[in-house]
Design a binder for this molecule. Structure first.
Ligand SMILES: Cc1ncc(COP(=O)(O)O)c(C=O)c1O
Length: 398
């Protein structure tokens, strides 16, 4: 094995090709910098890739979540259930609108929001207490949304699927069909992020997918200040607008309180270009996962691992390891920058101040003590992966 110790191996990284650069430069030379034809193209291509009817491109995944919360009318005091093993934005979007976040615990095998924990919360309160659920396809492992939809329907809840980790991921429904993350069949809305460590990178960027036309139209307006430009939707009269028989061409209305959450055309051009390689990247990620699975199968220092899960999109490859801190520090001395996903949200000081405490969610808290994300990205070479595996084995004196 070549000397690898001088090269930093991160847990995730983007892959920018010459073609990516070419399309970005081409867009920079075009007439559009902010939202233009590349955004529309990206939305259309992404919806096709995911299998949803509509897609709305936005500035980042957090903006996508915020817009979903607004479109679903989350209000002061509304209770929403999510998982603590996620990036804080999955929960924060509820708080942006004044809602109350209730964390359920995770399933110790999948690390995903445990449907039984959600059911227990729902059964313990009068009907109408909760408004929605935000399941997260954590690490790229697709949540079984068919089961969540059934439960949500019993309690009249909406679902926002946080699919930021999982474009291309899927679960298999009761009929044996592959249901791709974000396809809009089970969740009302789904969100994706194009942050550089994700499957598709656009610098910053996000997408919302849905099959619901009403929500789609709401999202379009909310993305741009709540402004509507459609003769059929105006509230003010033609006379007020300054026209005679029809609204003047300049006319528009700000009908709700929205934001500027637009993505730029050159970011969308990059997203489009990356999307063309998304499947290739998925194949590589799954291959890397299979090699890790094999390397750590049955090892007594491994308490759990992402495993060989069909449909997993492997944004992250997670191990639960003995002496996690020692392993993490040792790997850093070898220039392997593993990462921890995630410090449970409910124990972040902000959520502690809202009343959450240690012991509230024991499975998540146990998971946090052991989890470590190993390098996982399509350009990780076989040689680099073998070096990572070797160093982990060295640490445990194998
Ligand atoms: C699960 C999850 N949700 C939401 C987000 C927010 O996405 P962004 O960083 O694009 O705002 C992230 C990004 O890190 C994420 O991992």
């Amino acid at each position: 094995m070549r000397n690898m110790e001088n090269k930093i191996i991160p847990y995730g990284r983007q892959n920018i090709t010459e073609e990516d650069i070419r399309v970005v430069v081409e867009t920079l030379k075009s007439d559009y910098l902010t939202q233009g034809p590349k955004v529309a193209e990206f939305e259309e291509n992404f919806a096709k890739y995911i299998g949803s009817r509509y897609a709305v491109a936005v500035a980042n995944g957090t903006a996508a979540l915020h817009l979903c919360a607004l479109a679903l009318d989350i209000k002061e005091g509304d209770k929403v259930i999510t998982t603590p093993i996620t990036f804080a934005a999955s929960a924060n979007c509820v708080r942006y609108c004044g809602g109350e976040v209730v964390f359920g615990d995770i399933d110790p095998e999948t690390y995903l929001l445990d449907i039984n924990s959600v059911r227990m919360l729902l059964e313990a309160s009068p009907q109408g207490t909760y408004k929605g659920i935000i399941p997260v396809d954590f690490a790229g492992n697709a949540v079984n949304l068919q089961q969540f939809r059934e439960l949500a329907d019993q309690y009249d809840l909406w679902i926002i699927e946080d699919a930021c980790h999982a474009p291309g991921g899927y679960f298999t429904d009761t009929e044996g069909n592959k249901q791709h993350c974000g396809n809009g069949l089970f969740a009302d809305l789904a969100v994706f992020s194009f942050h550089p460590v994700k499957h598709i990178a656009s610098g910053e960027g996000g997408m919302i997918t849905t099959n619901d036309e009403k929500l789609y139209k709401k999202l379009l307006a909310l993305r741009t200040h709540g402004i509507v430009k459609d003769n059929n939707l105006y509230s003010n009269s033609i006379e007020f607008a300054g026209g005679h028989e029809e609204y003047p061409l300049w006319y528009m209305e700000m009908q709700t309180l929205g934001y500027n959450y637009r993505i730029t055309d050159f970011q969308a051009a990059l997203g489009n270009s990356q999307l063309l390689r998304a499947d290739e990247g998925l194949v590589r990620r799954r291959k890397i996962a299979a090699v890790y699975n094999e390397a750590f199968k049955g090892k007594d220092y491994i308490k759990g691992q992402s495993g060989n899960v069909e449909g997993h999109a492997y944004h992250l490859y997670v191990l639960e390891a003995e002496d996690r801190l020692g392993l993490y520090n040792y790997l850093r001395t070898k220039n392997i920058f593993a990462q921890i996903h995630y410090i449970p949200c409910h124990l972040m000081p902000y959520y502690r101040d809202l009343g959450w405490k240690e012991g509230d969610l024991p499975v998540s808290e146990f998971y946090y003590k052991h989890c470590i994300s190993l390098p996982m990205y399509p350009t990780l070479s076989d040689e680099e992966q073998q070096y990572v595996i070797q160093q982990i084995q060295n640490y445990y004196n194998e």
